[in-house]
Write a protein that binds this ligand. Sequence first.
Ligand SMILES: Cc1cc2nc3c(=O)[nH]c(=O)nc-3n(C[C@H](O)[C@H](O)[C@H](O)COP(=O)(O)O)c2cc1C
Length: 339
Amino acid sequence: MDISRRKKDHVDLTVAGLAGYRKSSGLESVELLHNALPEVNLNEISLEATLLGRAFSYPLLISSMTGGYDRASEYNAVLASFCEDNNLPMGVGSQRAMLEQPALVDSFSIVRKHAPTAFIAGNIGGAQLIGGLSRNQVDILTRSIGADAIIVHLNPLQELLQPEGDVNFRGVLEGIASLAAMSDVPVIVKETGAGISAAVAGRLLDAGVSVIDVAGAGGTSWGRVESLRTETESVFDEWGIPTVDCLLQMRSLRSRSFGLIASGGIRSGLDIVKSCALGADFSASAQPVMKALAENGRDGLERLLARWQADSRIALCLIGCTSFGEAGIRHIRRTTDTI
Ligand SMILES: Cc1cc2nc3c(=O)[nH]c(=O)nc-3n(C[C@H](O)[C@H](O)[C@H](O)COP(=O)(O)O)c2cc1C
């Protein structure tokens, strides 16, 4: 099956809400500590947050999703202008298709046309980095979209379950190190829903990676996506480290300097406050954004953002904070895991 068809299947299955984990990201079990005396004025709360030295209006990265098939250009154009107007960062979907079929470049480069100043990150799979990309390939990835960062996605689970997937993962870390050394823009590494452990994050930081996006379990399940696509039963639908687990593990690395993004099952403005209290600098979301876009276009995106921002503001007020930066582990009342 070609890449364009596969990307379209991914959007259709996730938008239909069929591809979620049954297990939770863990965020439902995290409670913020209610403050009956917040001494905060709701109207003075700032929702701003910083990633890679840049200030954004809200700690929400529109996760890498689409590109490389017919409707992708349309979706990317709307997502891009939404990010431009709201000062949010955006990741494009995997640019592998574009490297393989140069005719598809337009479905990605359209992003920069609609978002001349927004923070846009490129995207490539770890498996594509085995053996190292050439300087020319790195230039194509970044220049086609005027990238501010390159996101490398790690998805061994999905690759192993796809009939046409990669099965060799030897050399991915070396490929990431070579990309980080060659690239003029910072490298972010993410999973796609199965999570990144502290041990893996430590090796990525040693390789020169600037930001880790945990993309843990509890949101979109790529195990489930693949069993639906191939209509086979799989024992791997629930495989992965829940997002909260990943965030708690990352606490052991906090003496090192890196950006930490919480994603995988971020489904509300409250989840974003919880994630920041658990140590994340930023959050990212994919499925709810794609669903809002596919069902209600730009309006749907604006409504989702307004609701999430309003809920984040209320949650920050109720824990007595005037910004995300003030939220910390002391604002957590309880989780199922030990903090
Ligand atoms: C339709 C769709 C397409 C995706 N395509 C990509 C991709 O090309 N590259 C990538 O790094 N992640 C991709 N992802 C994974 C997301 O970026 C994200 O890590 C994952 O879905 C978990 O977030 P969620 O629970 O908010 O959906 C895709 C997700 C969706 C829903």
